[in-house]
Design a protein around this ligand. Structure first.
Ligand code: UT7
Length: 332
């Protein structure tokens, strides 16, 4: 027996502080025009380092909204999958921290997913498999990032691109008389491109030393052009893969919710696919690239403003460091 799967509720949270391109131009040699033309970004949110806006806090706030939306209680959650490359701590994992903050007492399985910008889509695709088979009933899938901590604020090639924020979805067994379901999924990774976007310092092989701190080599580093090329190819191919698996055509898709890394990546992908730009959800101008959080935040916003409606066919499409990638085709 296979169960139908439904996204029952969504939520998001972004920090209060806004950092505009003009603010950035006072920190590094850049300007609003360059950033907006090359990336589509106008501003991003930055977490308060005094507390209250760390990845687990943002996820807590976003989850409260998602629970209300889904009409569920914290103890209805059977599992937490927490997509993040900026966890609260190395140990314990942030899913467990979130479990405690939510007051969940059912000892639900709680796991972090370090798949970078694909983390949320990895989570949704893994969750749907466990729900379809009946192993789990409701899974909280989170994408929550505080990238402001890992960005080198002296490197204009990367610091202009990223922001902080969180989006969540509660995905569960569909017991309603409707057609909501996950139609097809795709996950993959290509480790040969791992050096295009990495942060090798600070792990078991290279613990952080004072040298790293002085030379600022412990931050994320990226080869932007290489990432750009792989991204457009991968996103377009992902979309074709999930459509083929579900035996659907591009015209059947009501909404494409792509990872928000760069407006030009999104537009190029759209052109490669031949999708109507009106069907593509974009919010990179307000939040920049929030890694695992971009897809669930864009999805949530488009539901709340009335664009995405129940019954619509939605395509999540993501890629990121690793290089990881994933797509989900669903009837909302
Ligand atoms: O989430 C997944 C990870 N992220 C991505 O996949 C991002 C993919 N890559 C990109 O979005 C783009 O490659 C960037 C936005 C990072 C860079 O855009 P680009 O069009 O590839 O620019 P570029 O790196 O080729 O640099 C073009 C010029 C260079 O000057 P010269 O050598 O032509 O004189 C840079 O030094 O722009 C200069 N530049 C800047 N100028 C003003 C680079 N960064 C900046 C800046 N402000 N912030």
């Amino acid at each position: 027996m296979e169960y139908k799967v439904k996204i029952k509720g969504t939520g998001m949270f972004v920090p209060e502080k806004i950092l505009t391109n003009t603010d950035l131009s006072k920190m590094v040699e850049t300007n609003d025009e360059w950033i907006f033309d090359r990336t589509g970004i106008r501003e991003r949110r930055i977490s308060n380092t005094e507390g209250g806006e760390f990845p687990s806090d943002m996820a807590y706030n976003a989850t409260l909204d998602a629970l209300k939306d889904a009409n569920l209680e914290p103890n209805d959650i059977d599992m937490i999958l927490f997509g993040s490359v900026t966890p609260d701590y190395k140990l314990p994992n942030t899913a467990v921290v979130l479990q405690q903050k939510l007051g969940i007492t059912n000892h639900c399985a709680s796991l972090d997913i370090a798949a970078a910008c694909s983390g949320f889509v990895y989570g949704i695709n893994m969750a749907q498999a466990m729900i379809k088979t009946g192993m789990m009933k409701n899974i909280l899938v989170v994408g929550s990032e505080m990238l402001s901590r890992e960005v080198n604020w002296e490197d204009r090639g990367t610091c202009i691109l990223f922001g902080d924020g969180c989006g969540v979805s509660i995905i569960g067994r569909n017991e309603d008389a409707d057609e909501s379901d996950i139609l097809s999924v795709h996950l993959g990774a290509d480790g040969t491109g791992s050096e295009f976007f990495d942060q090798p310092i600070g792990g078991a092989i290279h613990p952080i030393t004072t040298d790293h701190l002085e030379n600022r080599t412990h931050f994320m580093q990226m080869k932007g052009r290489e990432m750009f090329k792989v991204a457009t190819r991968t996103l377009a191919q992902n979309a074709r893969t999930v459509l083929e698996k579900a035996n659907l055509k591009l015209e059947d898709v009501d909404w494409l919710v792509p990872h928000q890394a760069n407006i030009r990546i999104i537009e190029t992908t759209g052109k490669l696919l031949g999708i109507d730009p009106e069907k593509v959800i974009i919010n990179i101008d307000k939040y920049a690239n929030t890694s695992a959080a971009t897809v669930p935040m864009a999805f949530h916003e488009a539901i709340k403003d009335g664009r995405i409606k129940r019954g619509d066919i939605v395509l999540f499409d993501a890629f990121g460091a690793g290089l990881t990638t994933g797509a989900t085709l669903l009837r909302y």
